[in-house]
Design a protein around this ligand. Structure first.
Ligand SMILES: CC(C)(COP(=O)(O)OP(=O)(O)OC[C@H]1O[C@@H](n2cnc3c(N)ncnc32)[C@H](O)[C@@H]1OP(=O)(O)O)[C@@H](O)C(=O)NCCC(=O)NCCS
Length: 337
């Protein structure tokens, strides 16, 4: 039997649980509150533990580049992604606590009519106790005054718990996502392109161009996401133009990853993608990597030409069919569209 108090109650919700998980069947006090700056190190730690748990359970721990031993150390200060979440989307940023200990968290962001779930993680010790659903109930209410017309997220392709949880909230499987990597040396450098490539440094100068490309490609305003990426020292934004006409952009990371990338037409997608891989290979990292969407044949073909291999499998889910993945590559982690 489960009993929980109404949302927004200052009192902890009390769950009477009969379970077979790591926590013994007992009375468990779970409280929910908005995230705070002091939570950030613990939140990152929880995400990594929970992520590792799924990778281990499904045999992807050794191959996935997102297993915690392959990630940078947890910074002691400075969590720009969570800081932006708190500033822009505090209503979608929640934590769950059990006896004062962090047990789960969620973060959603809203841009125009799009709601996007960046994170939903419950600590392995407390999974299966309804905490995920309670966090979901809260973050689903986040709308920033807009009428939400689509909800989207990326999750593990092999976790039936998360996939079915989201489907119950009307967010359905839409697109297979393959995390692919290959040696930078294998990237073909010789191919010519008619497109002009320019590195964009000043966000204010790039803002309207990027917004126009996003409008044509995705149909959602994502200025805040671009502004965030421009503020990071580890990624560069490249703009591609045909003559004087901007036709696409690609973010290229110091660690050889590519994304997000968008083009105004499918005809030039292959050209922009290949150029982005050349720029990524030139960053000096041993590998280049990308989140390949299964329905984008050109993306799969180019990735395979570059001898890239599938290292992890994800799933893009949304409440409505998504506008267009034939001209678009997701941000490398899926936490941000
Ligand atoms: C996914 C996750 C957030 C869900 O949170 P949780 O607190 O464990 O889940 P809840 O207890 O709220 O709900 C899980 C539901 O899934 C159901 N479920 C479990 N296995 C299932 C399966 N194979 N098929 C369908 N439903 C299943 C459970 O029965 C439960 O529903 P019920 O309460 O109606 O019985 C949590 O398990 C987690 O952090 N997993 C690891 C990380 C992850 O996958 N995060 C999502 C990535 S975006």
């Amino acid at each position: 039997m489960r009993i929980s108090l109404p949302l927004g109650s200052p009192l902890p919700s009390i769950l009477y649980v009969s379970i077979t998980g790591p926590v013994a069947p007992t009375l468990l006090d779970v409280s929910y509150r908005k995230a705070k700056v002091e939570d950030f190190p613990g939140i990152l730690n929880l995400i990594r533990n929970s992520f590792d748990g799924v990778l281990r359970e499904h045999g992807f721990f050794d191959s996935s580049p997102f297993a915690s031993p392959k990630l940078p150390a947890i910074p002691q200060q400075g969590f720009p992604w969570f800081e932006m979440g708190l500033k822009e989307d505090g209503e979608g940023f929640w934590v769950a606590e059990v006896e004062g200990k962090l047990a789960g968290l969620t973060l959603s962001w809203v841009r125009g009519s799009l709601w996007y779930l960046a994170h939903l993680f419950v600590s392995p010790d407390y999974q299966g106790l309804n905490i995920g659903q309670n966090l979901m109930d809260r973050t689903m209410k986040h709308h920033k005054g807009s009428t939400i017309t689509n909800r989207a997220l990326a999750t593990f392709a092999y976790n039936p718990v998360s996939i079915s949880l989201y489907a119950r909230y009307g967010i359905y499987p839409r697109e297979p996502l393959y995390w692919m990597e290959g040696p930078s040396q294998q990237v073909k450098t010789g191919a010519s392109t008619k497109l002009r490539n320019e590195r964009m440094v000043d966000f204010e100068k790039a803002r309207s161009i990027l917004t126009r490309i996003d409008e044509l490609t995705l149909g959602y305003p994502r200025e805040k996401n671009h502004e965030f990426l421009f503020g990071l020292p580890t990624v560069r934004c490249h703009l591609f133009s045909s003559g004087k006409e901007p036709v696409g952009y690609a973010y290229v990371w110091q660690n050889g990853r590519v994304g997000p990338l968008a083009t105004v037409s499918h005809e030039i997608f292959r050209d922009v993608l290949k150029s982005a891989f050349r720029l990524a290979a030139a960053e000096g990292a041993p590998n280049v990597g990308i989140a390949a969407t299964g329905s984008n044949e050109q993306l799969m073909q180019v990735a395979l030409e570059q001898k890239m291999r599938i290292l992890d499998n994800y799933l893009f889910m949304s409440s409505k069919p998504f506008p267009n993945f034939s001209n678009y590559v997701l941000y490398p982690t899926g936490a941000m569209l």
